[in-house]
Design a protein around this ligand. Sequence first.
Ligand code: UTP
Length: 297
Amino acid sequence: MTRKVTKAIFPVAGMGTRFLPATKSVPKEIMTLVDRPLVQYAIDEARAAGITEFIFVTSRGKSALEDYFDHNQVLEQSLKEKGKNDLLETLQATNMESGAIAYIRQHKALGLGHAVWCARRLIGDEPFAVMLPDDVISGPKPCLQQMIEAYEETGGNMVAAMEVPEEKTSSYGVLDVGDNIGKVVRARGMVEKPKPQEAPSNLAVIGRYVLRPSVLYNLNQNKLGSGGEIQLTDAIAEDIRNGVPVFGYKFDGQRFDCGSKAGFLQATVAFALAREDLRDELRHYLHELATTGQAAQ
Ligand code: UTP
């Protein structure tokens, strides 16, 4: 029997340089997709998957993220008095139970692997999830929930995987897989950001993981990898070499790379079009733009 996954690490200590100057003072994870910060999408997905302990690995300049999770009683009271029950409900749905969130500081941006390792004492000897909030995934069932259900059948490590165009492999960790069939694919190896001609497949890993504590032990060595950073991919690949199974999970759903400007814009349009209160006006505007080809002046 696999042990239940109840803890998730959210590594949010990166500098978010692709969104400068906004990220000079606003953490990327607080930037809003329609009307919710990116991090709220990740939290909702984690809760739906049964996560009860939320561990944020943060850095200098991320205090807005911590403040976001405070209960805002003044605002709640004011909405109550004005009878704005819908808004009150929206607000209260974001409230987290006291003690459910922990913050750990990564003192230097040494890489994703290092950020995850910073949370090792809070994880202990349990399986855990890792979620990168800038990957936003929409779909019929929350991605992490799909993965945890699959993990409960297989054990081992499970990473979210999707096929990408060959020329894009150098932006991802890529799985070396045998027969690339079915939803759950056992990996023979894993490489971080391979050049297209060196990529073992086009099955890329995106920001959802269910991992064994052995990955944290592998990170103890603090080995530098691709880009001079301590890579999570390398620590997972080490598990494969040690005989611990690693599976790529081809999730159902659409992934938006909100760590990039183009991806963020696409997600904004897609999520707004999915909203009844915004759909008609936006569709009309997009149609007008497409026919006149007019941009902001
Ligand atoms: P990215 O590669 O997207 O880096 O990190 P970034 O700093 O967020 O953004 P850019 O590239 O400068 O625009 C992927 C995830 O890993 C976390 C980031 O916060 C993000 O969630 N990360 C990365 C850390 O927590 N610490 C690190 O040292 C590096």
